[in-house]
Design a binder for this molecule. Structure first.
Ligand code: SF4
Length: 128
């Protein structure tokens, strides 16, 4: 299969075409953190055309010394505030956080004990 993405240290490849048919499983499901750093906060606020403080107040929650995008609960399922359920897309896609850009190649998934977790979440995973 062509266009599979592979990265050193991972025992799977990722087929980005899967995103076209997936219903945003990496943006919703169980509750989790969607971390944003200072630069990402600036970029997303600019993208939305609002002040940084307004963005922080309305869209982020503070977790100790970091910020995470708030979630909403729909039909008993948690989803990122920026997930557009109707169109199955990220509303801030061009400026989405690094955590979202790098999925599913997170260090956690280098460990084979978490492979089932990522397979369940992402239909684009192709195990070697
Ligand atoms: S910021 Fe976008 S890509 Fe990241 S979890 Fe939210 S909706 Fe998904």
């Amino acid at each position: 299969m062509q266009n599979l993405i592979k990265k050193d240290g991972f025992s799977f490849a990722f087929d980005p075409k899967a995103c076209e048919s997936c219903k945003g499983d990496c943006c919703r499901g169980e509750s989790g953190y969607i971390w944003v750093n200072k630069e990402e906060i600036e970029n997303i606020a600019n993208f939305l055309g609002i002040l940084k403080d307004e963005f922080i107040k309305n869209y982020l929650k503070k977790v100790k010394y970091r910020f995470s995008i708030k979630e909403i609960v729909i039909n008993g399922e948690y989803q990122c505030l920026f997930f557009d359920e109707k169109n199955c897309r990220c509303q801030i896609y061009p400026v989405r956080p690094t955590q979202c850009r790098t999925f599913p190649f997170w260090d956690r998934y280098k460990d084979k004990k978490y492979i089932n977790e990522v397979c369940k979440e992402c239909p684009g995973i192709k195990l070697y």
